[in-house]
Design a protein. Sequence first.
Length: 76
Amino acid sequence: DVVPDPSPIIGPSPLPGLFLNCGWGTGGFKAIPAGGTLLAQLLASGKHNDISRPFDLDRFATGRLIDEAAGSGIAH
């Protein structure tokens, strides 16, 4: 649950066949049903959709961090 931005990771890992859905922090229990749906869609289609794409692991390498400061009333 320690990432450079307060957002989860949803998507493939560098290891073939290993997919991630983690880093949800303290608010994850409310959002994980949507996260599970996004991961299931990714697994079924083999590609991100517009909602899941920003949560890909490569955002850390490319500097496309997610700023959700206004979206949550809790600190992560």
